[in-house]
Design a protein. Structure first.
Ligand SMILES: [Zn+2]
Length: 289
């Protein structure tokens, strides 16, 4: 199969193939409802002591750096709506500062979208109507999404070095995912609740609770992510992601389905609601530090 240079470029930027040591990947997800989520991992063998990261936006064409903010975590939200608006496009770079004062830079990562002005205006109108729908239906709600890690440093507590697999599904460091930390910190997702349903399923054909939500906030989501409902602290695993409205193949409204996790699941040992209250977990930087 042959691909054009431009296509290769997009694939490489998205998958992080070209990230310099010690970065494993840097990924960008645009939030239709505003802003972008930037998240990254370091290579497993990097063995560096992380002090903090700085994240910058790089404007395409000028190369000008716009400081987004610092974080000691591996995820940051830029709530400036650069996508789905007429603001200049560009990408993000992450700088790692180690405890011994060394700095390492990632390459620029972006997720290009080939929309014209009409598409942006159309998207803006869809988003506005969606939000009205959530508000006026009385079903507007907020959930928290924990994006599962699929890379980065492996868990030192439970991963067997010869097989590379987690030996303890109840591990409180990686929650059985085998990657250090298990999940990225909770991210707020606003949407319209479609409802709860009970159906038979699972090993013993027991009754399983499922729920569904409609949202403009969720490009970040993937299967096996965890959803937390703040009213009840119930935790669901994402089992369905349906793009409901797309423009030129880029989804802007999603339907998500979650399936309840058993109370014995290790994720219930993490006090997620407390983390959310300790604002540091959901601080959204607006460029003012
Ligand atoms: Zn572990």
């Amino acid at each position: 199969m042959t691909t054009t240079t431009a296509e290769n470029e997009i694939v490489e930027l998205k998958s992080g193939i070209r990230q310099p040591w010690p970065f494993d990947y840097v990924r960008i997800d645009r939030r239709t409802g505003g802003g972008s989520i930037i998240y990254w991992e370091l290579l497993n063998n990097a063995k560096l002591s992380v002090n903090y990261f700085d994240v910058y936006f790089v404007e395409r064409g000028t190369g000008e750096l716009d400081y987004i903010g610092p974080t000691a975590d591996f995820l940051l939200i830029d709530n400036q709506q650069r996508s789905f608006s007429l603001l200049k496009e560009g990408g993000y770079v992450v700088k790692l500062m180690t405890s011994d004062g060394k700095e390492y830079w990632s390459n620029i990562s972006s997720t290009p979208v080939t929309w014209n002005e009409r598409d942006y205006i159309y998207a803006g109108e869809i988003i506005r109507r969606e939000r009205q729908l959530y508000e006026y239906s009385g079903r507007g709600t907020t959930i928290y999404l924990l994006h599962r890690k699929w890379g980065g440093a492996v868990c030192e507590n439970c991963v067997d070095l010869s097989s590379g697999e987690s030996t303890n599904p109840l591990c409180k460091n990686c929650y059985g995912t085998k990657y250090d930390g298990g999940y990225y910190r909770p991210v707020e997702v606003k949407g319209g609740l479609l409802g709860f349903e009970k159906k038979l399923g699972g090993d013993a054909d027991q009754e399983l609770e499922t729920f569904s939500i409609r949202t403009v906030d969720a490009p970040f989501v993937s299967h096996y992510d965890i959803i937390v409902l703040p009213e009840t602290d119930k935790r669901f695993e994402v089992v369905g992601i349906n793009p409901l409205v797309s423009i030129k193949g880029h989804p802007i409204v999603y339907g998500l389905q979650g399936q309840i996790l058993k109370e014995s699941h290790v994720i219930y040992t993490q006090d997620i609601l407390e983390e959310i209250e300790l604002e540091e977990y959901i601080v959204i930087y607006d460029g003012n530090v």
